[in-house]
Design a protein around this ligand. Sequence first.
Ligand code: HSE
Length: 437
Amino acid sequence: MNPVKVGLLGLGTVGGGTFKVLTRNAEEIARRAGRGIRITHAAAKGLDPDTLPGVEDIEVTEDAFAVVDNPDVDIVIELIGGYSPAKELVLKAIENGKHVVTANKALIALHGDEIFAAAQDKGVIVAFEAAVAGGIPIIKSIREGLAANQIQWAAGIINGTGNFILSEMRDKGRDFDDVLAEAQALGYAEADPTFDVEGIDAAHKLTIIGSIAFGIPLQFEKTYTEGISKITGSDVVYANELGYRIKHLGITRKTERGIEMRVHPTLIPEKRLLANVDGVMNAVMVMGDAVGPTLYYGAGAGSEPTASAVVADVVDVVRAMTIDPENRVPHLAFQPSELSDLPILDMEEVETSYYLRMQVEDVPGVLAHVSGILGDAGISIEAMQQKESVEGATHVPLIMLTHKVMERQMNRAIEKIEALDSTSGEVTRIRMEQLEA
Ligand code: HSE
């Protein structure tokens, strides 16, 4: 049988890795797919062919639309990233009857519903394993491996750059900007690194996880997003002293009132496996009613780890090409007609526990004021620590851990604490999760 012909859009970090993996492992991959898979066309701007041995054997153009419109190409791999022209290219490839593999989480999170509807009309596949958690096969695991379960929640470290920054700050006391520059040099960070540090990249990925876990449409705009740029070295130290680690988590949970979708720094007990996932590694914990807790760990970014997921998708597409479209695995795990309209909860409606840090005057009665406000709001205190005062300072740090409460109650209580004469500045609030089985 003739090899399947692939058109590759983008020969950067992931595109270059995909080219190398598909070339190096061609024989094994063909044995798995049942057919050879050959990159015949690619689109890249300003490519230096010396950096990618073998690339001289394929047709490289600067015009990505020429690849998408080429009748010889069976599968288009989109690795350009961003919204435009990636969206137009993917829709054009679908219109031309080509299957698509993409690593573009932003594109899927924002425009996935439209893209999947177009793909369904045309009977083609859009595969996106590499869009979430790099080389970890988390999409396949939830969509296929856990298909028997009612998923209860999923929580994960799904941005390698952010995890690398937090790990280096904690272990080596390194400076935020210095670690970010290293992540950029290593090719982990997004083109716009605020997507990493402000949680947008993680929110793209969580939107996709929530959708395939619970069978809901992709709703990126409703995902609560908070980054790590306000985390201070002292919060990292205080959390450690209390037996917790601060991780930037994406959390989605099904509750009786709706679905939680939230990305924010989170205190988790140091003994949890997730708390010990460091550097650029990613990990996602998924709780199913039948299977219980499961954990998926691996490289969340980087050239060949991400290429691993891209190429696995290409193999899946080749295997499924001969299957009737209606018998293929649905894009979002549930049949398109069976998606649910469960609401996404506003962050104020989410219940969680909290780490609070505030600067209080070191005088009698302050603790009573603060705990009085918390008590009036129905917030129960689990632990409290007052740090020693520094010579000459009028205020001292007060750390509190609370039991679970609705975020709305906590917001009101924080407003009142900040208004006290005996406190100074803003209250730092970091949400806390036990992630119990
Ligand atoms: N910037 C992303 C990260 C790349 O750091 O995780 C992988 O999606």
